[in-house]
Design a protein around this ligand. Structure first.
Ligand code: GTQ
Length: 345
């Protein structure tokens, strides 16, 4: 850079201008280059800290008593991927996490414990390990716990995405808990069996989210049947996507969620995708290679593979995974890509 450049750049800056040519490559990179890093969180290390958090602050005081899983490449941003957030939330017997709503879409994937429930749109949804409960954009939700043991779940939200769009609104309810206006089971009856309501409820707008719960027994049973079938596993083992019954699309407009079983000893091809993906281990143990990292996650651990990071998953013991990503957003924008790097591992 010579003196003429420097004075030009200084004069540009005074007028709120900047040269494109010094940053073109970063702005329009030849391939995705995320500052996020592959990372692994071990539940056995997190659990005691969650319980300590339970001693220092109540769910009511905290509003949400959550430990955020922050990507080591972006400390301080509450991001686990470029667009997504993950946290582990603890609720203790007798506690209430008060009712509120927000434009950020959310789900809870239950990791440990029984007896808690989330109320969404006036209906109470009991939470059991392996259940997936949705709280879509602007739906009122509160959590409560009438059982006897700590309950922990993984919160997945599109907080960074909504922040980048500067479209976040949130509101606290007037009451601590919603009035139960709909009997438990109604949501499952209307939307939960591959059926949908006929009559006044048909014609709901595309991308509307109406189904609020996907139960462990349903998806685990499907995976068991596939794993026992004698069919060869696909590239990801036996993988299924949770589906929105309104229009066959992703569970939430911004986020897709998946479950998969990787048979013992099987290793997926090394591949990469444009959607950074967060995994929660449900059963078994694995050997994960992601970029230059190697992880050996076990049940209840979380790991993340950022956008366009080559990775493979090998099951040491039959591995059952739940995962989520922004694939839904990327597909809607025509951005989503996958590439297989090596098939022989
Ligand atoms: O339960 O509404 O982990 O609003 C972060 C933000 C949970 C929730 C989180 C939230 C929630």
């Amino acid at each position: 850079m010579n003196a003429m450049h420097e004075t030009l750049y200084a004069d540009l800056k005074l007028l709120g201008l900047a040269p494109l040519w010094t940053s073109l490559h970063d702005l329009v990179p030849p391939h995705p280059s995320s500052r996020m890093r592959p990372a692994h969180w071990q539940y056995e290390h997190i659990r005691p800290l969650l319980l300590r958090a339970g001693e220092v602050i109540s769910a009511e005081e905290a509003v949400r008593r959550v430990l955020i899983l922050e990507n080591p490449g972006a400390i301080g941003t509450a991001c686990i991927t470029d667009t997504l957030y993950a946290g582990l939330q603890l609720i203790l017997p007798g506690e209430v996490a008060p009712a509120h709503r927000h434009t950020q879409s959310a789900f809870r994937f239950i990791v440990e414990g029984r007896g808690a429930a989330t109320t969404v749109r006036g209906e109470r949804f009991p939470m059991e390990p392996g259940d997936l409960i949705l709280t879509p954009c602007l739906e009122w939700h509160d959590h409560s716990h009438e059982g006897s043991e700590p309950v922990v779940w993984l919160d997945g939200l599109d907080i960074p995405l909504v922040r980048s769009l500067a479209a976040g609104f949130a509101e606290d309810a007037q009451t601590r808990q919603q009035t139960l206006s709909t009997p438990t089971g109604m949501n499952a009856a209307y939307w939960g069996s591959g059926l949908r309501p006929v009559g006044t409820r048909t014609g709901v707008a595309p991308h509307r989210v109406e189904r609020f719960a996907y139960r462990f027994g349903e998806w685990r049973g499907a995976l068991s049947t596939l794993a026992r079938s004698g069919e060869p596993p696909g590239a990801e083992g036996f993988a299924l996507e949770f589906v929105n019954p309104v229009d066959g699309s992703s569970i939430l407009p911004s986020m897709s969620a998946f479950c998969q079983v990787v048979p013992k000893g099987y290793e997926t091809p090394i591949h990469r995708r444009t959607d950074g993906r967060v995994f929660s281990v449900v059963e078994g143990s694995g050997h994960i290679r992601a970029g230059s990292s190697v992880f050996r996650p076990v049940a209840r651990d979380v790991f993340v593979v950022p956008s366009w990071t080559p990775y493979s998953i090998r099951a040491e013991e039959e591995l059952v995974l739940f995962s989520y990503s922004d694939r839904a957003t990327q597909e809607r924008l025509g951005l989503w890509r996958v590439q297989v790097d090596r098939v022989d591992g």
